[in-house]
Ligand binder design. Structure first.
Ligand code: UGA
Length: 434
């Protein structure tokens, strides 16, 4: 039977979860403190760019199963399942800031008018769900509730696909009653035989961190191999592809680049190191990954500076600002390091991104933002490709050459055909293409 669910927080995860669970037939009320955002959502407008999400948003608003509100108290009271999807940004020391979660817990405690299952979707450090349980017992003694940890594995840009066809669904739980409720919430996934992992609260919490830290390590591994390959004259793509033929390794997440970014890997790797420190457990591997990733981002700036013989007085076309394609998210994007490095040393930037220019211009208003990639190339001494948008893969090289003043290309994603680019008279460098 479908459930009445209140999703608290309509950020990235909260929004996708709201539209997704409502598409499964549940009755969802999404809650946010921002009245403008709530109004936008109720009118079917998504505050973030994410392929497919607006379509699902409109479709479920129309059925009447989905709505958004600022009324947290009433929304909690009217629901059996409360999903916490508020942000857990990193503090100065890398620890996850749980103050938003704590505020939500206080609101839940004040509105426990019947049995409720409290589900944590936000990525929270190990021990947080038990802490939520203890806090609720303290603030609302004797009330009937259960706590469940249900981490999310969505990728930005592919969130709808990941929500409806996940590799697995992880549920940390402690009571059979809660298990039955969650089973109903996700009944549609069970029908398409998605594996369910039923485990303890702590195991569920750590599965999320272990997965993200492993993927960050895999990327960092291939980036370091790429740096070695380009130095010794080897080709990282052949190496990665061949490594991936070994079923134990898999070819996924072996794409070299300018270093990983986004709202998850940088934050979650730091948080896992913090947890290790807290319990005096050696996390030196993940610590090394974080440092190597920072160096990879700086390496792109050094490469470009060498190619140009210094940035002073030079104009650089930066194509791609988002941390990856199909998103307007610029959190921890390598473009921030590259733009900062160029501006700091006296270079001028003409930038283009299909979706992320608005967000980027709030951080770097001094950059010149262009309507098209070709506008960005006009009079440029060099081109640096930072995000793997499809439209950059098929860049018209002849047109690019005629528009640019110089002939340097730094392709941090290895998007272009190396032979073709050199044939057209460019000086080209990728990552790991010796
Ligand atoms: C990541 C995980 O992939 C999701 O499973 C997880 O749910 C999410 O974090 C989260 O914790 O919420 P996301 O940050 O959206 O998803 O993006 P990814 O596609 O994983 O890419 C992360 C970064 O790694 C990007 O900067 C990307 O360009 C980079 N990357 C990825 C590479 O440099 N090489 C690769 O082979 C793959």
């Amino acid at each position: 039977m479908s459930k009445k669910i209140c999703v608290i927080g309509t950020g990235y995860v909260g929004l996708i979860v709201s539209v997704g669970l409502s598409d499964f037939g549940n009755e969802i009320i999404g809650v946010d403190v921002d009245p403008d955002k709530v109004d936008m959502l109720n009118r079917g407008i998504s505050p973030i760019y994410e392929p497919g999400v607006e379509r699902y948003l409109k479709r479920n608003l129309e059925t009447g199963r989905l709505s958004f509100s600022t009324d947290i108290d009433g929304s909690i009271q009217g629901s059996e399942v409360i999903i916490i999807a508020v942000g857990t940004p990193p503090k100065e020391n890398g620890e996850a800031d749980l103050s938003f979660v704590e505020n939500v817990v206080k609101s839940i405690a004040a509105n426990l008018n019947s049995y409720k299952v409290i589900v944590t979707k936000s990525t929270v450090p190990v021990g947080t769900n038990r802490w939520i349980k203890e806090k609720l017992e303290e603030y609302a003694p004797g009330k009937d509730f259960d706590v469940v940890s249900n981490p999310e594995f969505l990728r930005e840009g592919k969130a709808a696909q990941d929500f409806f066809h996940p590799d697995r669904t992880v549920i940390g739980y402690e009571s059979e009653k809660a298990r039955d409720v969650i089973f109903e919430v996700y009944r549609s996934l069970n029908l398409i035989t998605v594996p369910f992992v039923w485990c303890s609260l702590e195991t569920a919490e750590l599965i999320k961190y272990a997965s993200n830290a492993f993927l960050a390590t895999k990327i960092t591994f291939i980036n370091q191999m790429a740096n070695l390959a380009e130095t010794v004259g080897a080709d990282i793509h052949t190496i990665a592809k061949t490594m991936g033929m070994d079923g134990r390794i898999s070819p996924k997440f072996l794409h070299p680049g300018p270093g990983y970014g986004g709202s998850c890997f940088p934050k979650d790797t730091m948080a896992v190191v913090q947890t290790g420190d807290k319990y005096s457990v050696d996390m030196s591997l993940i610590r090394a990954v974080i440092e190597a990733n920072d160096r990879q981002k700086s390496r792109m700036v050094v490469k470009l500076e060498k190619l140009l013989g210094g940035f002073s007085g030079k104009t650089i076309a930066v194509l791609g600002l988002a941390f990856k394609s199909e998103t307007d998210d610029i959190r921890d994007t390598p473009a921030l390091n590259i733009v900062e490095g160029i501006l700091k040393h006296g270079g001028k930037i003409q930038a283009h991104d299909p979706k992320a220019m608005d967000n980027f211009s709030k951080v770097y208003p001094e950059v010149q933002y262009c309507h098209s990639e070709f506008d960005a190339l006009k009079g440029a001494d060099a081109l640096v490709l930072v995000t793997e948008w499809n439209e950059y893969r098929n860049l018209n090289l002849e047109k690019a050459k005629s528009l640019m003043k110089g002939n340097i290309i730094l392709d941090t994603r290895n998007l272009l055909d190396i032979n073709l680019v050199r044939e057209k008279g460019f000086i080209y460098e990728g990552v790991g293409r010796g």
